[in-house]
Design a protein around this ligand. Structure first.
Ligand SMILES: Cc1ncc(COP(=O)(O)O)c(C=O)c1O
Length: 652
């Protein structure tokens, strides 16, 4: 075996030749546009005597070597086509195909046109024409890449994620090639231990006392992670209430005891949906409800005084119920941070005997004495879950962590961080961390004997599949780990700080233009925000509406809501920028626009001005009736789908 090492600085041609040589074919084979995929191999097998193996080989399922060649060929094709889905700064060399549309975040085509294209491909599959056809494959990939959203583009500002980190992309590819299911040590020895090790490392980043404290699992999304946090808390409450002498970490499944679930009105919708799915009553405001919505202050942070009142009321009516409190670190719309220490103080006062303060010397002694069997906690009690799906990544910022996640190590029982948002891991990559060890396993284990052999195999103690709800598991931990290893904590910190800086720079530039009215963005705020919410004001409203309090008249409110929807649509359809529009729960503000700054981009002043010009141009356009953009908007702010008659920036 050659000891030579390829490096990422090696010229591309050499790299390709080296790779091709390893797979026993020349660069020309690998890049020849005419050859159908795996064609040479299939020709050989077609001439061989027919048996089942050869039949498989004929359709391209020819074992290791053919797969390796196909991968190489496909990588070659995809590499050249990626220019169609990345923005202008990427892939301008090395023979990557480029088109003018690649400069836009989206080439908008109406759904009916995409459907028609798909019909064509489906017909090719059904007729058998597609199998092994390189032309068709290339054509399909081109369409897919051309008409998909380019999240890496500087003006993709639509969602709380952006373009993905190339290191994470590679990890994703490795996961697919390895195809190990990260559930048991026997199925994925390296990846299972890697996940455990990463969880332990993150737990110590939080400040938990590993290895006695700190547990966790990677989850397919923050909504799912929030669900697992809820089922874990429910398990603890049930254990405390019903079987004080049993181990808290012992498996059991029952669901008859209710608890209160508190979240702010601006908390993520998954908290309420999860509650409903678990059989809790989600009818806030009604006596029967298990879900209580807590009002927020002007900046979108849970109001601790309102929480105090609601908890008092809840305890009066349901003195035996425990409570799960969802504290949001980075709300979905305003990217606000609930005040964790104040919230915890309210809870500790309401449940004086029961506060689980992991920082207390007494608890530390207990943990050291026995991490698994805790003394019975007097019940009822409370569980603090920090939903940091958006803002949890400020964990890596020395500058912002003290303001954004103050008290996390002390007050959070569980914590979610979505690496696929601010850290730009490829979708999806969410991490749930739980302070007390063993609870995830206890709450979710089903001990399927065909899979988990812990009675017979000592390695099985490292299995993680029973800590969650899925059976087969993709290793999202690898994506996170490779990025963390390569970028370092400092790299992550720099990235989240850049997002906050981008948002601030854009908000400040907007504040200087009279056509924009910022929604709850105090320019003197000390904590980081990564969303910028605003209204576009038509020229005849700029005098009368100078702040949010001025939006009183119903017609003005309706008009602003309608403009937000139409402006957003006009930007989308023209492909100039992708924004989103929102409302703010708990307020009667009309629909406004949201810019979400979660991409990899660092904005120069010129780009900010370009973005604002694009919005302003479309804003003027959006308020003129009869323009294509207005086809999709109506005065009440509703939106109807654009059909083939709607404007679009490309013709298929
Ligand atoms: C605060 C918050 N929590 C949870 C989620 C859900 O995360 P996911 O989209 O990964 O399910 C989101 C998504 O935007 C969010 O903003």
């Amino acid at each position: 075996m050659s000891t030579e090492k390829a490096t990422c600085f090696e010229p591309r041609q050499q790299r390709i030749q080296r790779a091709a040589a390893r797979f026993g074919h020349s660069r020309r084979d690998a890049e020849s546009p005419e050859a159908p995929l795996g064609a040479a191999h299939r020709m050989e097998t077609r001439n061989a005597p027919g048996n089942a193996t050869n039949k498989l080989k004929e359709v391209g399922l020819g074992g290791e070597i053919v797969f390796a060649r196909e991968l190489q060929e496909l990588l070659g094709i995809v590499e050249r086509k990626l220019g169609l889905c990345t923005s202008s700064d990427a892939g301008s060399e090395n023979g990557v195909e480029r088109t003018p549309e690649a400069q836009l975040p989206l080439v908008y085509v109406p759904p009916s046109a995409i459907w028609r294209q798909l019909d064509h491909y489906v017909q090719c599959v059904i007729s058998g024409e597609s199998a092994g056809s390189r032309d068709l494959l290339e054509q399909f990939l081109e369409d897919l890449l051309r008409y998909s959203v380019r999240t890496k583009h500087a003006f993709f500002l639509h969602r709380l994620y952006g373009g993905s980190d190339p290191v994470g992309q590679i990890a994703d590819l490795i996961c697919s090639v390895l195809n190990n299911s990260a559930d048991t040590f026997s199925a994925a020895p390296y990846l299972v231990l890697l996940e455990r090790r990463v969880i332990e490392a993150l737990s110590s980043c939080i400040g938990w006392k590993t290895p006695l404290q700190g547990d966790g699992i990677f989850c397919p999304g923050g909504s799912y992670a929030n669900l697992i946090a809820l089922t874990t808390a429910r398990h603890v409450f049930q254990m405390n209430a019903r079987r004080p002498q049993t181990k808290r970490t012992q498996r059991h499944h029952c669901n008859e005891r209710r608890m209160g679930i508190f979240t702010s009105v601006q908390g993520h919708y998954s908290v309420r949906r999860n509650a409903a799915m678990l059989g809790f009553c989600d009818a806030p405001g009604e006596d029967c409800s298990d879900v209580v919505l807590v009002p927020c202050d002007e900046q979108g942070r849970m109001d601790p005084e309102a929480l105090r009142r609601l908890i008092r009321c809840f305890r009066n009516t349901r003195p035996l119920s425990s409570v799960f409190v969802n504290v949001t670190a980075g709300t979905t719309v305003l990217s606000a941070f609930d005040p964790l220490p104040e919230i915890w103080t309210v809870l500790a006062e309401a449940f004086p005997l029961n506060s689980v303060d992991s920082a207390s010397a007494e608890l530390e002694q207990r943990l050291e004495a026995d991490t698994m069997i805790r003394e019975r906690l007097p019940q009822p009690t409370f569980w603090v879950h920090v939903d940091g799906a958006l803002g949890g990544s400020f964990l890596f910022s020395e500058r912002f962590r003290p303001v954004a996640l103050a008290g996390l190590e002390k007050y959070a029982n569980s914590f979610v961080l979505n690496a696929h948002k601010l850290l730009n891991a490829p979708l999806q990559c969410s991490i749930l961390l739980v302070r007390e060890r063993g609870l995830l396993q206890a709450a979710h284990a089903a001990r399927a004997p065909y899979l988990f052999h812990d009675d017979l195999d000592t390695d099985a103690q490292y299995d993680i599949g029973d800590m969650t709800l899925t059976c087969s598991r993709r290793s999202d931990a690898l994506k996170f780990w490779l990025m963390w290893m390569w970028r370092g904590s400092a790299g992550f910190g720099a990235r989240v700080e850049a997002a906050a800086r981008n948002a601030r720079a854009i908000a400040e530039a907007m504040a200087k233009r009279p056509c924009f009215l910022l929604v709850h963005w105090p320019l003197d705020r000390s904590y980081p925000a990564t969303n910028v919410c605003f209204y576009y004001l038509p020229s005849d409203m700029r005098e009368s509406i100078r702040n949010l309090a001025d939006i009183k008249a119903e017609t003005a409110a309706q008009l602003l809501g309608s403009i937000s929807v139409r402006l957003c649509r006009a930007l989308q359809v023209s492909g100039k920028a992708l924004l989103n529009y929102c409302t703010l729960e708990g307020t009667d503000l009309p629909i406004f626009l949201r810019l979400a700054l979660h991409g990899l981009h660092v904005y120069e002043e010129q780009e900010i001005q370009d973005l604002l010009n694009r919005i302003e141009d479309c804003g003027d356009h959006a308020i003129r009736p009869g323009t294509p953009a207005s086809i999709s908007g109506n005065v009440s702010g509703g939106v109807s789908p654009v059909g083939d008659d709607g404007a679009h920036n490309a013709v298929l």
